[in-house]
Design a protein around this ligand. Structure first.
Ligand code: RB5
Length: 144
């Protein structure tokens, strides 16, 4: 699975920790930055990662900022992106089963390393349910 990952300064430290965890697994990961704690705009990284996922260059994207919310709002502006802002294990699984989310966003000022890594792992390993009602609802999102 090809994964695009990115953060702003507020998500940088969590990105590095989640990256370290994901690198122990069989993922093909490209890091879109940022590479330091120097302040930058979450919008720019979200746009790059979301476009790359929407173009089909990556199977999934993972984005982190302070809350995960700015990344989610920005990524969801890109057609074809269904970004899910997740803070718990139940939602990590449910958004894959029900929404077929293709971008995961998390907050570096909210989540610790272990929970964020577990959320990412669950989100990456859960398939869309392909049940008719969920597919119908995803289609309605895509039509809008
Ligand atoms: C940066 O201070 C912060 O606003 C940003 O990381 C993010 O949380 C926005 O939603």
């Amino acid at each position: 699975m090809k994964i695009a990952i990115g953060s702003d300064h507020a998500g940088f430290e969590l990105k590095e920790k989640v990256l370290k965890h994901l690198k122990t697994k069989d993922y093909d990961i490209t890091d879109f930055g940022t590479d330091s704690l120097e302040s930058c705009d979450y919008n720019d990284v979200a746009k790059e990662v979301a476009h790359a996922v929407a173009r089909g260059e990556f199977d999934r994207g993972i984005l982190m900022c302070g809350t995960g919310i700015g990344m989610s709002i920005q990524a969801n502006k890109i057609p074809g992106i269904r970004a899910a802002h997740v803070q718990d294990m139940f939602s990590a699984e449910a958004t894959r089963l029900h929404n077929d989310s293709n971008v995961l966003t998390m907050g570096g000022r909210i989540l610790g390393e272990d929970l964020a890594s577990a959320i990412a792992e669950t989100w990456l390993t859960t398939d869309f349910s392909y049940q008719e009602r969920h597919q119908r609802r995803v289609n309605k999102i895509e039509k809008l």
